[in-house]
Design a protein around this ligand. Structure first.
Ligand code: P6P
Length: 339
């Protein structure tokens, strides 16, 4: 039975082609892939194994954690802490940098992740996923990594990807040389290359935004959405669709597959809470922005390119506007006109 290119073969071929990365890099991505397969398995059994519902804990974001948030975070840590490929890790679900147990060797990479993005969907059988980003530990850094070691702009990422636990389980990866999608073949337990060289169409007819916050939006975002809603009779002279999955990975995956724009802008409600956005820079906006840019799209705050932002703390938030080039450029122009 021909099975196509497995994700492991793809990663090794990438290592040979790039040349500058070591077997460590390949082995780390492989461990991340196994982490995602393990999380996929935990998610799939849902109520059957009692993993749904809320845990009795809160994360640094002040959000009540789902049981699967905690399970997924622990699975990621256990799988990636022992092999000697990472120097430390950071997660949406952990307040501080995770330092490896003393007995494990330290590697040269930093791994940052959102172990279960969209976890509010778990109890309603909605799409959820895992987002991860790999950076190099700063040259010459000694001792245990500090938070400062993680505070690198998105342009420093060496790999980013996500797993989408939907009707099929998919992984989408970039190492800076394009974007490739893999589908888990449950028969053999391997991710198979199914979406080579993914490219986001420059034009789009879908937009993704939580429209319940419309009254809080800034004028440029309000103008863009109003024009989309006006359809053929409005200035855009064509109709648009709105899609909102409640999970960034699902909405951005749709953008990757068929074009569109994903929007989680800054608004007056977030400013009132002294937040610069809803989504987190290091483990949501940067990795997804890396993928979107590598697929020919754009990723901006409305005023700045996301991957150029200099992080100031692990759990920093930022506005997120990403997807089809022509639509994002239009939104940027509306922000410039409003200045
Ligand atoms: P809202 C999930 O909690 C998340 O971080 C993203 O995956 C998702 O796009 C967004 O928040 C949903 O936010 O305000 O619509 O619940």
């Amino acid at each position: 039975m021909p099975i196509g290119t497995t994700i492991t073969e793809y990663i090794i071929e990438e290592q040979r082609r790039i040349g500058s990365v070591s077997g460590d890099f390949t082995a780390l991505i492989n461990d991340v892939v196994i982490s995602c397969k393990t999380i996929a398995s935990a998610v799939r059994y849902g109520s059957l194994v009692g993993v749904l519902g809320a845990a009795d804990t809160e994360n640094i974001q002040g959000e009540t954690q789902k049981k699967l948030d905690v399970i997924s975070n622990n699975l990621f840590i256990k799988r990636n802490e022992w092999a000697g490929h990472v120097a430390a890790m950071a997660s949406e679900e952990m307040t501080d940098v995770y330092h490896l147990p003393a007995q494990y060797p330290r590697g040269k990479y930093l791994l940052v992740f959102d172990p279960l993005d969209g976890s509010s969907n778990t109890d309603v059988n909605g799409a959820v996923g895992t987002i991860f980003s790999i950076m190099r530990r700063p040259e010459g850094a000694l001792g245990e990594p500090t938070e400062d070691d993680f505070l690198q702009s998105g342009d420093h990422q060496v790999c980013a990807g996500y797993a989408l636990y939907g009707p099929s389980t998919m992984m989408v990866l970039t190492t800076g040389h394009g974007v490739n999608g893999f589908t888990l073949d449950q028969r053999i337990g391997e991710f198979i290359l199914t979406n080579p060289d993914m490219k986001i169409p420059a034009e789009a007819q879908d937009f993704s935004i939580n429209a319940s916050y419309m009254r809080f939006w800034d004028p440029p975002m309000r103008r863009y959405i109003d024009e989309c809603l006006a359809g053929k009779e409005g200035p855009r002279r064509r109709d648009f669709n709105m899609r909102w999955a409640g999970a960034m990975i699902a909405d951005v995956h749709r953008v990757l597959c068929q074009g569109g724009v994903f929007l989680y802008p800054i608004d007056s409600k977030l400013r009132a809470k002294h937040q610069e956005g809803k989504l987190r820079l290091l483990y949501e906006a940067n990795p997804m922005g890396f993928i979107v840019e590598q697929a020919g799209g754009l990723a901006t705050t409305g005023e700045q390119r996301i991957m150029a932002l200099q992080p100031v703390n692990l759990h920093q938030r930022c506005p997120v506007i990403m997807g089809s080039r022509n639509e994002v450029e239009r939104i940027i122009s509306y922000h410039l006109e409003a200045q």
